[in-house]
Design a protein around this ligand. Structure first.
Ligand code: ZN
Length: 154
């Protein structure tokens, strides 16, 4: 990747970490997932409301931690809001490939999420980038109520 693109990606990440989108409470959320990344000290509290077909009608988060984790959550919520369950699952798989697999093709549908591709060089950072995605995965699985997920086993 040339350095100009890398710089642009950095800017997007910084912008989202400073002014996170979809940040705040969602009073009528169906499910809340608290994600924890002890390796870095990141927290993401994700709240989701589903539509009649199980799609993500609304999604918001609060949290604290490094720029990568907060920017990843912000970018993710922008991308997933209004998406069907199938689309979310596909996006999750594509994003995981993007940040972990050199050989993975980057689907154009990922859009702005592509700024996270540099993370694959930094395994510790992958946990930061994946934290909100682990939370949304749990939210889909759970469907209702509250849950906690962690990037560390046990
Ligand atoms: Zn982090």
């Amino acid at each position: 990747m040339n350095s100009e693109i890398e710089e642009l990606y950095q800017e997007v990440i910084l912008d989202h970490s400073r002014r996170p989108r979809n940040f705040g409470e969602l009073p009528d959320a169906a499910v809340r997932v608290h994600g924890d990344n002890p390796a870095c000290g990141d927290e993401i509290h994700l709240a989701v409301r589903f539509d009649g077909d199980g799609g993500l009608e609304d999604i918001k988060f609060t949290g604290r931690g490094c720029a990568i984790s907060q920017a990843s959550a912000s970018l993710m919520t922008m991308k997933l809001k209004g998406k069907s369950r199938t689309e979310v699952t596909e996006m999750l798989r594509a994003f995981h490939g993007l940040v972990t697999d050199e050989t993975s093709e980057t689907p154009g549908t990922l859009g702005d999420l592509r700024v996270m591709r540099g993370m694959r060089k930094f395994p510790q950072r992958v946990k930061c980038a994946m934290l909100p995605w682990r939370a949304v995965e749990q939210a889909l699985e759970q469907g209702a109520g509250e849950a906690t997920v962690s990037t560390e086993p046990g």
